[in-house]
Design a protein around this ligand. Structure first.
Ligand code: ACO
Length: 325
């Protein structure tokens, strides 16, 4: 049966490394607190000349090269992000121009940290409808632009980066099942309050910190564990699989304690969990495609492996995908 398969992956992160020691000089924090509470040691931050579209385009070029698909043959470009270069146009259109992928339809998708999973799930539907299509799914963020560098409870968590995947039809490998959901009832636990149409930029009386990510971390933590476990169990059941059948678990990289807790609840041993949070922190929609690309290029993931992708983010949004490599 025809499946939507990932034909190639790519990633690009900024050159500049911001370590926990650097953050100790900026806010009242310590390497010990950040490491034990989050697992993060350093993150990448864009500097002069590095932009969302440059990172996203480089990740996309690598994915296209691995997939052996020419940019001109792309039919759809989906970019999962809430921090692309401009409010308008969509970041996907900027990547389209950089790649000269003029045949494609390009649009952005606002699914926060679950964005890449949402993007893959949309690509899967398109491929099932028309197996000839070639679709580029990007997860990329410049979170440093919406980070309050004076708020120690959030600024230690986030980083910038981009990952991408080219999706097309295959009879052997590909997506076995998809499960996505949203819970908007407590959306204000994680949001950027100002800068949208309700409180536009420069509106009088809006404090500066409202333009940055605000999060009640300890409450978000509980939802993240709950929904990531639920999404993983549901998607595995849909595929007729059990956690023990999985070769590689690639969870959203928000906090090592969330990752370990979800893996433990699912009964997936830590040797099967792909973790790179220590190097990049939380890059939102980019964490899963970056981790996937690293694992593929390091040779960890092999043909025929069963992979579980699992994410949770602002909205709240959540979702999981099981695929055969
Ligand atoms: N350095 C030192 N102390 C700190 C820091 C810091 N960087 N940040 C907070 N603290 C303090 C707090 O002020 C608090 O002090 P108090 O006890 O004197 O009041 C204490 O540390 C504990 O704070 P908590 O918020 O309870 O710490 P917690 O163990 O929950 O860890 C964290 C915080 C890391 C944010 C965690 O809750 C977390 O990872 N949450 C989930 C994040 C997530 O998954 N987000 C979703 C995706 S993100 C997206 O969609 C963009």
């Amino acid at each position: 049966m025809i499946k939507a398969a990932i034909l190639g992956t790519g990633r690009c992160v900024p050159k500049k490394i911001l370590t926990n020691a650097d953050l100790e000089k900026m806010v009242d924090t310590s390497d010990e607190w950040i490491t034990t509470r989050t697992g993060i040691k350093e993150r990448r931050i864009v500097s002069e000349g590095e932009t969302w579209s440059l990172l996203a385009t480089e990740a996309s070029r690598q994915a296209l090269e691995m997939a052996q698909v020419a940019p001109q043959d792309l039919d759809i470009i989906i970019a999962a992000t809430f921090t692309s270069d401009y409010r308008l146009p969509a970041g996907a259109c900027l990547v389209q121009q950089a790649l000269k992928a003029y045949k494609a339809t390009a649009f952005d998708l606002a699914g926060a940290c679950t964005g890449f999973i949402y993007g893959l799930s949309i690509a899967e539907k398109f491929i099932k409808d028309n197996p000839k299509l070639k679709i580029l799914v990007i997860g990329a963020e410049v979170l440093s632009a919406v980070t309050n560098w004076e708020d120690r409870s959030t600024c230690v968590l986030f980083g910038d980066g981009a990952g991408a995947a080219v999706v097309g039809a295959d009879e052997e490998k590909g997506i076995l099942s998809v499960y996505t959901g949203s819970d908007p009832t407590v959306w204000d636990l994680l949001c950027v309050p100002a800068g949208g149409s309700l409180y536009p930029p420069f509106k009088e009386g809006v404090p500066k910190e409202e333009y940055f990510v605000k999060m009640k971390g300890n409450e978000v933590f509980k939802y993240a564990v709950r929904y990531m476990e639920e999404a993983a169990r549901t998607v595995l059941e849909k595929a007729g699989l059990e956690p023990k059948d999985i070769d590689w678990f690639i969870p959203h990289q928000a906090n090592i304690r969330i990752i370990n807790m979800v893996a433990k609840r699912l009964g997936i041993p830590l040797e099967k969990v792909i973790v790179n949070i220590e190097k990049y922190g939380n890059t939102s929609a980019a964490t899963i495609p970056i981790a996937l690309d690293e694992a593929v290029r390091e040779g960890k993931i092999k043909r025929g492996d069963l992979i579980l992708l699992d994410a949770f983010g602002g909205g709240f949004t959540y979702g999981a995908i099981v695929l055969k490599w």
